[in-house]
Design a binder for this molecule. Structure first.
Ligand SMILES: Nc1ncnc2c1ncn2[C@@H]1O[C@H](COP(=O)(O)OP(=O)(O)O)[C@@H](O)[C@H]1O
Ligand SMILES: O=P(O)(O)O[C@H]1O[C@H](CO)[C@@H](O[C@H]2O[C@H](CO)[C@@H](O)[C@H](O)[C@H]2O)[C@H](O)[C@H]1O
Length: 475
């Protein structure tokens, strides 16, 4: 390993966005290093291959470089270490925290030197106009007709993120994808397909570079620039406030509580249905063949097997989960499929002055991109959001001395909002979740098993949340 690779081997596993927690890092190799700004400070985009248990995952690092001793105190937390560049020692750091360098990314997006285009589509990425000359290694591309305003200072959004999002002034969010999969990121693909929808933040531009796959260079999305919803409040925060209000008055029913969330849950259901309808209009749809249905059930079983090996507390429920997946495999009605959100939960939606807006169409961050691009049942998203109501009701009980006393309120809150969301979804033109219980149950279990793995790797103190839900669902 080079000196920089050694530093990254220590730094990457400690980052919130590192998806490989739970297995030791065996190798770290810089696959590509693209200089964007030479000099002091310098900026490079690195594609870093991290080897764990014999397989390789790629990550993006935006590397800032400054002469040793010149990193300002407010950037000290972003330091990766000191290493030699061009014969001189440099402090290297996470450039996403340095507004002087991130301003240059916005400038390049405004210039759009990689060309203008309509909505990008999957399968090989977008061809560049032939008049554009040889492709630069890193391309800054804009959607047709978009003008990007520069000169705004960026801040990194704080939170439990799988990626790193920068907010520029009050106008833009630049989301830098951390785990890279060769190809068009579904977040960009779906957001661009829904560009005219009032339920998504408008996409403006993106950054891409070629990443190698099976000997070919595949245009791969590194970051996406979209509208910053400045009046927005996170759905998770709103739901948590409602739950907190209820728990402060344990004798009161959720319907009578001042902070009742059911109206919002119903509107969210309707917004979700509208987005599903728009996705079905804009992108290919199909019907799941019996064979594909069985394959899907097998992948659920496989996830269960993996999760039970890693988290043995899941074992007592494995039988019930397996039966639910087997019942799913036997469903003999045609199941419509289409592009869906894929990792839908309350943290992926924001409430703006004009209604709910859906974010982060990337799908499950740990799944290969081909899998995330595959059409699926919209009930998978419905199940994701139903799980999220359960999470919102349960998480304030983790470690609480009043957990047993508040459990009935938690159940009542989750049930009320799950029902409201489902009826809003059906009313908004989506398939009625009530009428597809076998399918819905399998997706809900599968999501909860995914969450068991997610919490075991990222927030072990929250592992009880999906485990307790599975216990309750299986009772
Ligand atoms: N365009 C936006 N406008 C306002 N807030 C946003 C926007 N994009 C993201 N956020 C906020 O950042 C959080 C994380 O964004 P998200 O795209 O889900 O990132 P990740 O994929 O890393 O989880 C969201 O829950 C939301 O609160
Ligand atoms: O938002 P991401 O794409 O990073 O999604 C991952 O992280 C989520 C947590 O931030 C995780 O969601 C789980 O926790 C949420 C509360 O924090 C809860 O609302 C969700 O229902 C629950 O699944 C998500 O699963 C993961 O992919």
């Amino acid at each position: 390993m080079t000196q920089l690779e050694e530093l990254l081997a220590d730094w990457i596993p400690r980052q919130r966005w590192f998806a490989g927690k739970g297995a030791p890092v065996e190798t770290v190799t810089i696959e590509a290093e693209h200089p964007l700004v030479c000099g002091d400070p310098g900026l490079r985009v690195l594609v870093v291959d991290v080897g764990q248990r014999g397989s390789i995952s790629r990550y993006q690092v935006l590397l800032g470089l400054r002469p040793v001793g010149t990193l300002r105190d407010e950037l000290a937390h972003a330091a990766i270490g000191v290493c030699r560049f061009g014969g001189a020692p440099r402090t290297v750091y996470d450039a996403s925290h340095d507004p002087e360098l991130t301003a240059l990314l916005l400038d390049r997006l405004a210039q759009g030197d990689g060309g203008e285009t309509d909505a990008p589509r999957a399968a090989g990425g977008e061809p560049r106009p032939s008049s554009a000359g040889p492709a630069p290694a890193v391309r800054f591309r804009r959607l047709s007709g978009i003008t990007v305003r520069t000169g705004q200072r960026s801040l990194v959004l704080k939170g439990e993120q799988s990626n790193t999002s920068l907010v520029y002034g009050e106008d833009y969010v630049l989301k830098a994808f951390r785990r890279l999969w060769p190809g068009l990121n579904p977040d960009l693909e779906l957001t661009a397909a829904l560009a005219d929808s009032p339920y998504v933040a408008r996409p403006y531009a993106w950054i891409e570079a070629d990443v190698g796959k099976d000997g070919a260079a595949v245009p791969t999305t590194l970051a996406m620039l979209q509208e910053y919803m400045r009046s927005a409040t996170d759905g998770w925060v709103l739901a948590a406030t409602s739950v907190r209000d209820l728990y402060a008055n344990p004798g009161v029913s959720p319907a009578e509580a001042g902070g009742d969330f059911a109206g919002e849950a119903e509107r969210l259901g309707a917004a979700t249905a509208a987005v599903h309808r728009a996705l079905a209009r804009e992108l290919p749809t199909d019907v799941l063949t019996p064979r594909a249905l069985r394959e899907l059930a097998s992948s659920m079983l496989e996830r269960l097997r993996l999760a039970t090996t890693e988290v043995p507390e899941l074992a007592p429920y494995a039988g019930v989960l397996r039966s639910a997946y087997e019942a799913f495999a036997r469903v003999d009605e045609p199941l419509p499929i289409q592009r869906v959100h894929g990792d839908y939960h309350l943290g992926q939606v924001v409430r703006t002055d004009s209604g709910w807006v859906l974010l982060d169409f990337e799908g499950e961050p740990a799944a290969p991109v081909e899998e995330r691009q595959r059409p699926s049942s919209p009930l998978r998203d419905v199940a994701g959001m139903l799980r999220s109501f359960d999470y919102a009701a349960r998480y304030q009980l983790v470690g609480s001395a009043s957990a047993a006393e508040l459990a009935p309120s938690a159940r009542a809150w989750a049930q009320r909002n799950r029902d409201a969301f489902s009826s809003g979804y059906a009313f908004g033109g989506g398939i009625d979740p009530e009428k597809h219980q076998t399918v819905l149950r399998a997706f809900e279990y599968d999501k909860a098993v995914y969450e068991v793995l997610y919490e075991a790797h990222n927030r072990p103190s929250w592992l009880r949340i999906p485990l307790d839900s599975i216990a309750a669902l299986a009772a």
